[in-house]
Design a binder for this molecule. Structure first.
Ligand SMILES: *[C@@H]1O[C@H](CO)[C@@H](O)[C@H](O)[C@H]1NC(C)=O
Ligand SMILES: *[C@@H]1O[C@H](CO)[C@@H](O)[C@H](O)[C@H]1NC(C)=O
Ligand SMILES: *[C@@H]1O[C@H](CO)[C@@H](O)[C@H](O)[C@H]1NC(C)=O
Length: 464
């Protein structure tokens, strides 16, 4: 608490004169939003609790791998709708790491919207059926290039190292690879000199192992533990309640977890009509001590009944009353005052034992696969240009590693980069920086925003 108080004093003293300069100096990319940090089991905007009020955004659907943030005509069509809904976060499942994202990330920042990002793509991902060979340098190069492409933006909230890789009771053998990838991403972020962008996993709603995976992602050495855990949860089907939905049990189950938790997908559509009443439920104090909000599945209607808008070329129209119902729920939802009952010091979990629902052999306990040796050069040199969505794919690229990592693996031992990315993102960063040059007319709002930025960065550094 002492640190916080003195940081506040320093920050306040600094704001009047140099707020704008500080905001620019500490900003790492195109955005004017303060970076979100993580402390205890919660996210923070400075010293204010940050809750995810989000929506999952994959126009075109999951089968059509498309990057909505590489095309300003797509993101600029949808950002005004996000604003009407009152959202502060979107999740994007697939991006093209060979493309520039300055314009969309900047437009999102101006709208007050953060990004939670999946780093995997259909062709650059772990192979559930045979994970060992797919954990290889070609794969890691792609996800590291995605980090390079998005780390410079201060409104990049967090990265998902994997999404629903474990999708059945019998696929927990993939868990050590998911965790190894998480470790490698954290090491890459550290050694490239980026800010500590949280890395974690988005877990499918598989009753047999969703909580075991949470324990697993929090066990072992510091550098192997993920920074948060996200669950997909469709238990609350309107009309329902905290008790009737079983969310009370979910909260109980996760109540001693030490890291931030949120719903990476929610929004049951059965039996219908969906009224989004659980959106209000998500921000009640019986939830907020343990969970930090969530993302509605999903923005666009893709034939599965979950969308709140229909997209037709450049135009967007509501799906029935889904859009306005969600809008009303979000507008009438307030977050708890103060810290929302968060826990500062929950203990670390133990690794699950092998059993009927948890089989990670040959890697048991906290053992993980070693980083494939062919990938070590990326920590030092940067990942270089990303392969994008049309590259040759990684799953059969060779060079995989099944060796067990030595203890201490993943530790950030040197900082090779300066946080400005590899070759491919140098241009991203410089053009991002130039977009920060605002005309005089806009100086006042930026200055006001800048004070907030300066204060929260001081907190971020002091308490992180
Ligand atoms: C998991 O079980 C399903 C049937 O329930 C089966 O089709 C699949 O091959 C199994 N996967 C693995 C990796 O054992
Ligand atoms: C948290 O509670 C679960 C039971 O719900 C238990 O298995 C686990 O060991 C507890 N973890 C800690 C760190 O106390
Ligand atoms: C890349 O993914 C597409 C589908 O997303 C698939 O049709 C194609 O075969 C993949 N290419 C490689 C090399 O894996």
């Amino acid at each position: 608490m002492k640190t916080i108080t003195s940081a506040l004093a320093i920050a306040l003293a600094a704001t009047t004169v140099s707020a704008q300069i500080e905001a620019r100096a500490t900003s790492t990319g195109s955005s004017t939003l303060p970076a979100i940090t993580q402390r205890g089991n919660a996210f923070w905007n400075g010293n204010t609790r940050f809750y995810i009020k989000g929506i999952d955004y994959q126009p075109g659907g999951s089968s059509k791998a498309e990057d909505p943030l590489a095309d300003p005509s797509i993101c600029n069509r949808d950002i005004p709708e996000f604003q009407k809904l009152g959202l502060n976060t979107i999740r994007v499942y697939t991006v093209d790491n060979s493309k520039n994202h300055d314009e969309c990330m900047s437009a999102l920042a101006k709208a007050g919207i953060y990004l939670v990002l999946d780093v995997n793509t259909p062709n650059y991902s772990l192979n559930r059926a045979d994970p060992g060979p797919s954990y290889n340098p070609t794969y890691l190069q792609s996800i590291f290039a995605t980090i390079d492409a998005f780390a410079p933006y201060s409104n990049t909230l967090l990265f998902f190292s994997g999404n629903e890789v474990i999708n059945a009771p019998n696929t927990t053998n993939t868990a050590p690879y998911v965790k190894a990838v998480t470790r490698d991403m954290k090491q890459y972020i550290g050694e490239r000199g980026y800010r500590s962008i949280p890395v974690g996993y988005s877990a499918a709603d598989v009753a047999e192992n969703q909580y075991l995976m949470a324990q697993y992602m929090d066990c072992g050495s510091t550098q192997e533990r993920s920074d948060f855990y996200a669950i997909n949860n469709y238990q609350w089907c309107d009309p329902s309640s905290f008790q009737a939905s079983g969310w009370n049990v979910v909260v109980q189950t996760y109540s001693n977890y030490s890291k931030p938790l949120f719903f990476s997908e929610y929004g049951c559509i059965k039996p219908g009509p969906r009224t989004f009443a659980e959106t209000k439920g998500l921000f009640q104090t019986d939830m907020t001590g343990v969970f930090s909000g969530g993302l509605i599945y999903e923005y666009s209607e893709e034939g599965n009944g979950y969308g709140v808008v229909n997209i037709n070329g450049n135009s967007v129209s509501p799906v029935g009353s889904q859009f306005s119902d969600l809008q009303q729920e979000l507008a009438s939802t307030t977050v708890p005052s103060g810290d929302g009952g968060y826990s500062a010091n929950n203990a670390q979990q133990d690794c699950p034992s092998q059993g009927k629902n948890w089989d990670t052999k040959p890697f048991t306990g906290s053992d993980l696969p070693a980083t494939p040796s062919g990938a070590n050069k990326y920590f030092q040199n940067g990942a270089g240009k990303g392969p994008g969505l049309s590259g040759g794919g990684s799953q059969n690229a060779g060079g995989g590693s099944d060796a067990t990592a030595a203890s201490g693996a993943g530790q950030v031992t040197a900082t090779y980069g300066s946080g400005s990315g590899g070759a491919s993102s140098t241009s991203t960063t410089s053009s991002a920086a130039s977009s920060l040059v605002v005309p005089q007319m806009n100086a006042l709002p930026v200055l006001v925003g800048g004070m907030v930025v300066a204060v929260s960065f001081a907190f971020g550094m002091a308490v992180f």
